[in-house]
Design a protein around this ligand. Structure first.
Ligand code: OAD
Length: 249
């Protein structure tokens, strides 16, 4: 553990009744999945408007499908890391606990997290671009051909693209968590994308202690009560181990 964790933080956590966590791409970085905005991140190599927007899909659906096939193949070959597993353990440590993620890779669920609030959807499920019906058939990860719905529409991944609304219920539940919790973590996110980035701010305004785990400064570091400048896979297992030593709420 490179960075010291303040004792007062462990103290606050051991008394917490409701803990909320927001995660971003940084949590999966140590599993080998690229982040978006780091210097070698996906958006330094690819244009998000071409690959992650409705207009991008309409102007070149094959290019977009191909890119998601590439990302699915990367994700398929990865495993959760110690950070994902620690978060899954944390869900049993507090009377109320909610995990909110911007990640589409489903590694939190693979690590054992339940009822994950997926703000940006996920890359595993698919639906029809035209009629929106879920597409249940398995995707052939080696195929370049875009599957078709019964209605004839093209199938797309069930991720949220730029310009699309977040799933209404998931966002409402996430905002409620931010309003009600007494401790809120922002982990592995640059906090550049709204409305996700607003959640720690809502939590802070409603009196929660807010904690950032991120090796780098983010757009909302200045609101944090605690900042841990280390990686999630290094930090979270340590927090879990410290909590295990104390009686929690
Ligand atoms: P970003 O790529 O914007 O930010 C990743 C953050 O993770 C950065 O602040 C890094 O410093 C941090 N980081 C890197 N490695 C880390 C590690 N090992 N442990 C902890 N933190 C680490 O990713 P997001 O904030 O998730 O949306 O991006 C938000 C959204 O923008 C994504 O969901 C995606 C993207 O466009 C859509 O595709 C809709």
């Amino acid at each position: 553990m490179a960075t010291a964790i303040e004792k007062s933080l462990i103290e606050i956590l051991s008394k917490a009744n409701w803990v909320g966590i927001l995660t971003g791409a940084g949590v999966s970085a140590e599993s080998g999945i690229s982040t978006f905005r780091d210097p070698d991140g996906l958006w330094s190599k690819f244009n998000p408007m071409e690959l992650a927007s409705i207009d991008g899909f309409m102007s070149n659906p094959e290019r977009v499908w191909d890119w998601y096939q590439y990302r699915r193949n990367v994700i398929h070959s990865t495993k959760p890391n110690a950070g994902h597993y620690a978060i899954a353990e944390m869900q049993k440590m507090f009377p109320y606990f909610n995990l909110i993620t911007q990640n589409v890779d489903r590694l939190h669920q693979t690590a054992g997290s339940d009822d994950v609030l997926e703000l940006h959807g996920n890359i595993i499920e698919n639906h029809c671009f035209q009629c929106k019906k879920p597409y249940k058939q398995e995707i052939d990860l080696s195929s370049k051909e875009i599957p078709r719905c019964d209605c004839g529409g093209m199938i797309r991944p069930s991720v949220v693209w730029f310009g699309e609304n977040l799933p209404h219920k998931v966002l409402a539940q996430s905002e409620l968590v931010a309003q009600k919790c007494d401790v809120f973590f922002s982990i592995g996110t640059s906090a550049e994308v709204y409305p996700a980035a607003n959640l720690p701010i809502i939590a802070k305004k409603n009196g929660a202690k807010v904690i950032e785990i991120n090796p780098n400064v983010t757009a909302i570091s200045y609101i944090m009560d605690y900042v841990i400048r280390d990686t999630s896979a290094e930090t979270l297992p340590y927090i879990v181990e410290e909590l295990k030593k104390r009686p929690t709420n």
